[in-house]
Each structure stands twice: as structure tokens, then as C-alpha cells.
Design a protein around this ligand. Structure first.
Ligand code: SAH
Length: 370
């Protein structure tokens, strides 16, 4: 028996196609989305407006199944973290950040990460594979179920958890489509953000397929330093990344901006000279800047910057006309802050190492996003 198809992993077009393939009408796909996401009902037998034949087929071949929750913790500041069992001894994390008037969910897209950014603890865990689309969507459904108890729901989704979203392109695209679909989570495209360390071909492909908000994890204004912090920069240097950013932003409406993320590390990239170079680099790009003071983890070798340096950095960018937000650290007491998501990744196959070697030589990235 093949595994049943988990329908949380299909977007509207794919669900419609599924029904057409069974000789049924496409609109059955839309009906089933309403049941699952609006009514919270996933038992096919109770979907009374579906024909019996459709219900019977679904019962035999499909499920709506959420990831298994290994643990759930809440932080003193209200931040909540789920650890999800994704099979084979692997666990990923999802973080909910409640703020006044919004509930932002930070979603993982891969089991670990292969990019090995020098300051990110996820990268240190190795890489064990992609998450299925249904596991990416499932993270948001779980959070919505949790919030429903207090009459709330997820208002923003950021793909800033574990993994590099653009290296799991198809699953991430389907999931973001579900997040933005009125028949599902119904979030506006401004409230769903894909974050990338700079997978340039993925940015171009994203521009073809969707117009979600895009964040770029830049962290350094010049190649030498960025090569060290974000090794994928050796493959796609800053000039190529900036060209891809320009292309993406040109496809958005005139009032929309990219987000540039910049993790500040003491004595590494937090000095006035870096702020000046950053302001110059971004001069012609429609963007706003998020500054994230480094969140320490054991053995990282980096430190959080001095408060005066953070302030000076931000002030310079603001004086140059950039909307610049300083991200406050949330959920530190439950290891839920940026860069602290580690889950548990059994990289038994040393796959990360192999990917790194291929990354150095050829086109793993071009292929996986082609
Ligand atoms: N791979 C994607 C998605 C992960 S997002 C990307 O790189 O954009 C993770 C975000 O957390 C990145 O912007 C990164 O800058 C930030 N981050 C990672 N480690 C961090 C740390 N130790 N302290 C603060 N921010 C960190």
C-alpha cells in the first residue's frame, strides 16, 4: 500500500488537479480546502457536500495529517516553540512570536541546513533533508489550532526557521500558496515572507512563480567578509545577489520593499565603516533593513555587539534614509531566538558534507531550483 497522500501539502491548483485526475470536478478541491482550513474538519466522511464516490476515494487514498508534536514550550515573554517529530529520529522547530496586534510564526523548511553560515547554530547540526510541503503547512495549522483557544490566529508567516527555503523550492512554493489562499490561511502576500541566504537562481524562479515578500540574509556589505559568514556567497557573490534582488523587487508593486536582514556581531560587521558600506551598497534597492543582534550559542565564537555600536549602526542607516528596525530578541529562555533553532538532526549520511563539496564544485543549487 502506498502512503496516503497528505492533502495539507497541496495548494489549490494541485488539489483541483487531484480531483480532475479522478474524473471529478475541480471545484471539489476548493470545497475540501474550506472544510479543512475554515471549518477545521478533516474527516472526509463528514464532508457532506462531496459526492459519495469522492469521499470513498479520499478515505482510501488521502489524509489530512499534522506533524507529531514532540514538545511544546512557552517562554516568559509569550513566545511559544513546538518541537516536531519529522521521522527517522529528526526533529524541527517552529516558533510563534505574539506581539501587539500580530502573531508571527517562524516556520522551518528543511531538516537542518546545508549552507553552514558561520554564526548560525542550525547549520552546525548538519542537514538531513527537505521538509514535505504538508509539514511546512502543518506548522501553521498547529499554531492556528493553538491560537484559536484565545480567539486568535497566525497573522504573519516568516520562513526563517531551520533550513534554506529556496533549496526546497517546490514544497515552499506550495506551502506559501496555501498560506496566502483565501480558502486556507488567507494571509496577504505582504505577510508571508521567504527568507534566503542568497540562492540567486531560486530568487529568479520565485519571481516567476509568486510575489511573496522576500527577505535577504545579507550580514556583510562586501564579498570578503560575506564569504566568511555566508559561504554560499562564494557561489553567488554580492553583485549577483543584488541583481537578483533588483529583479525581484521590480516584479512587486511600487510600494513594496525587500527586507535586508543583517545579524550584528561584535567587532565583525558592526562598525561604522560596515554601516557606511551597507548604505552605499543598498542605495538603489527598494528595501528596509532589519538589524538582528547576534544571539549567542555555545561554541559559536561570536558575541553580541555593544549597545552603543548597535545604536550607531542603526542611526547611520536611518540618517541615510533607510527604514531600519532593530529586532528585539524573543524567546531566549526557551532557545527559540533567531539562530538558536536546532531541533535534532541526525545527519547520519554526512549529506551536508557531500552537498558542500558539490556546492564548491558545481551546480547542486542550480539543479535543485531549476
Ligand atoms: N536560510 C534562510 C532562512 C533562515 S533565516 C536565511 O538565511 O535567510 C534565519 C535568520 O536568522 C537569518 O536571517 C539569520 O541571519 C538569522 N540568524 C541566524 N543565526 C543567528 C544568530 N545566532 N543570531 C541572530 N540571528 C541569527
Amino acid at each position: 500500500m502506498p502512503e496516503p497522500l497528505n492533502l495539507y501539502g497541496l495548494d489549490r491548483r494541485q488539489l483541483e488537479q487531484l480531483f480532475v485526475d479522478q474524473g471529478l470536478q475541480a471545484f471539489r478541491g476548493r470545497q475540501i480546502m474550506r472544510w479543512a482550513y475554515h471549518q477545521g474538519l478533516t474527516d472526509f466522511a463528514s464532508m457532506t457536500d462531496l459526492p459519495k464516490t469522492a469521499r470513498a476515494w479520499l478515505e482510501e487514498h488521502a489524509v489530512f495529517e499534522l506533524p507529531r508534536v514532540e514538545s511544546f514550550q512557552t517562554s516568559r515573554d509569550g513566545t511559544a516553540k513546538w518541537v516536531l517529530d519529522v521521522g527517522a529520529g529528526n526533529f524541527v522547530e517552529t516558533v510563534l512570536i505574539p506581539e501587539k496586534g500580530r502573531n508571527t510564526l517562524c516556520v522551518s523548511s528543511q531538516i537542518g541546513c546545508m549552507l553552514d553560515c558561520s554564526f548560525c547554530s542550525t547549520g552546525k547540526q548538519g542537514f538531513s533533508g527537505n521538509l514535505a510541503a504538508h509539514t511546512i503547512v502543518g506548522q501553521a495549522v498547529l499554531a492556528n489550532q493553538h491560537l484559536a483557544a484565545s480567539g486568535e490566529h497566525v497573522t504573519n508567516v516568516v520562513l526563517m526557521g531551520m533550513g534554506e527555503p529556496l533549496l526546497n523550492f517546490d514544497a515552499v512554493l506550495a506551502a506559501t500558496n496555501v498560506f496566502m489562499d483565501d480558502l486556507a490561511l488567507g494571509l496577504s502576500k505582504r505577510r508571508v515572507t521567504v527568507s534566503t541566504a542568497g540562492v540567486v537562481p531560486g530568487i529568479y524562479r520565485l519571481a516567476e512563480e509568486t510575489d511573496v515578500a522576500l527577505a535577504i540574509s545579507l550580514h556583510a556589505p562586501e564579498d570578503e567578509l560575506r564569504n566568511e559568514l555566508v559561504p554560499i556567497n562564494r557561489k553567488y557573490p554580492i553583485a549577483e545577489l543584488m541583481a537578483a534582488c533588483q529583479h525581484y523587487v521590480s516584479r512587486l508593486g511600487p510600494h513594496r520593499k525587500l527586507v535586508i536582514e543583517y545579524t550584528l556581531m561584535r567587532g565583525v560587521n558592526d562598525q561604522l565603516e560596515h554601516a557606511k558600506a551597507l548604505a552605499a551598497l543598498l542605495k538603489n534597492l527598494r528595501c528596509k533593513i532589519n538589524l538582528i543582534p547576534f544571539n549567542p550559542f555555545p561554541g559559536s565564537g561570536y558575541e553580541r555587539p555593544a549597545t552603543e555600536d548597535i545604536r550607531r549602526f542603526q542611526t547611520h542607516l536611518m540618517n541615510q534614509g533607510y527604514a531600519t528596525m532593530l529586532r528585539t530578541t524573543r524567546g531566549e529562555d526557551i532557545d527559540a531566538a533567531c539562530g538558536q533553532l536546532v531541533g535534532q538532526v541526525k545527519d547520519r549520511t554526512k549529506r551536508q558534507q557531500r552537498y558542500r563539496e558539490r556546492l564548491a564544485q558545481d551546480s547542486v543549487i542550480a539543479r535543485s531550483t531549476a
